[in-house]
Design a protein around this ligand. Sequence first.
Ligand SMILES: Nc1ncnc2c1ncn2[C@@H]1O[C@H](COP(=O)(O)OP(=O)(O)OP(=O)(O)O)[C@@H](O)[C@H]1O
Ligand SMILES: [Mg+2]
Length: 263
Amino acid sequence: MLEFNQLGKTWPDGTQALADVSLKVPRGQFCVVLGPSGAGKSTLLRAVNGLTQPSSGQVWIDGQQLTADTEHELRRRVAMIHQHFNLTLRMSVAANVLAGLLPAVSTGRALLGWFTPEQRSQACALLERVGLDPRHLQRRAGELSGGQQQRVGIARAFMLAPEVVLADEPVASLDPKIARDILGLICSAARERNTTVLCSLHQVELAREFGDRIVGMRAGRIVFDGTPAEFTDARMTQLYAGAQWGEQDPPSQPERESQPLAA
Ligand SMILES: Nc1ncnc2c1ncn2[C@@H]1O[C@H](COP(=O)(O)OP(=O)(O)OP(=O)(O)O)[C@@H](O)[C@H]1O
Ligand SMILES: [Mg+2]
């Protein structure tokens, strides 16, 4: 269970990015976060791996609170897939996938490229799992297409068998067909491992197709929390246009939980 408890984030310039966000995401759920630009989606995701320090409230991962003391350990259990892939472009595909082990190996080992044969074969297996032929292993990551780079990003994210994967607009820079393929891969890889996914998206159709649950945010607050079927076109218009919801008056129950779909 990933849990946000009354999370707030106010930036030094006074911008309130998160306001009293409470949300429980059960293990294995694919939870999509939608909302207009500036709604607080990235801030919410980044609070889970310590990239953003909340101003108030707490984040819990399987009953353990994220604090300065626990952050290092919890980082092994939380992986991230980025919009712009965040690969080291001059390094090989293999090195980029193995970089997923960095939170769990010493810096010295990593710098010298000392990984065990098991770790290397795990990297190969994951690359195959995401549809990249092993012949790409020694290619420089910068030579790959965007879709291929994101496959490497997914393989890297799953190297430590994380409990939680954060995906911040993972398909924003990909064409619609590749975007669907990539989202399908994240979804199936997560289901196979019972991994919780918190994924921000701008594509409502993809959210409806892949999400077990949709959380809608506006101005740092949760204003919708329900299943894809409940996220009707009228709800979508409300979320993006904000026509009928006052920002202080969300109509949904943020504490609500929905079960993941059967695998
Ligand atoms: N480092 C920062 N310093 C100051 N304000 C910030 C910072 N990062 C984000 N913000 C502000 O916090 C609010 C929420 O930003 P956030 O990036 O979480 O939105 P988002 O929903 O991810 O938007 P998008 O869909 O454009 O990615 C915005 O008003 C943004 O300008
Ligand atoms: Mg964002």
